[in-house]
Design a protein around this ligand. Sequence first.
Ligand SMILES: [Zn+2]
Ligand SMILES: [Zn+2]
Length: 173
Amino acid sequence: MASRILRLNVGFLLREGIGYSREFIFDEPVVQVADDITVQHLRGAVTLTRTPQGLYAQGQLQGTVEHECTRCLTGIDQPVSLRLSELYHFPPETAPADAPTVSDDAHLDLTPVVREDFLLSIPMQSLCRPDCKGLCSQCGKNWNEGPCDCPGAERDPRWSGLLGLLKEEPPPA
Ligand SMILES: [Zn+2]
Ligand SMILES: [Zn+2]
């Protein structure tokens, strides 16, 4: 369930004259913008201005989105930000196709634009660190935390010398 924090009640603004504007300040520890996307420390400000076509939204939002390292699946905090500059049409039936609108019950929902923009800020391939060693395909151990004992598994070069020594040991009689 997406959070409603970004869904603004703008009825009072629609009743104002052209040019009237109002700033909305955001400072939220956690905002769920989609079932699988949570934004932490969402903050920023958006100014809504009454225009003949509806409401013009302008502002900036930033936060962090947690996603997974492509190799080892460890959580990474990705800083994200967006610069908003968008006309929300009102009444909604006056909007061109696919243009954002203020709903009939006078709500302006910033969630879709925030979700899209923040999703695009997350790189498709991203590593928790440039030399991430990934996970063992056999036992699933995170090789950044040390090698595992799987036979044939790719090992940290620092350990290969030691493993070589162990192999040369004669089997116990
Ligand atoms: Zn990693
Ligand atoms: Zn393993």
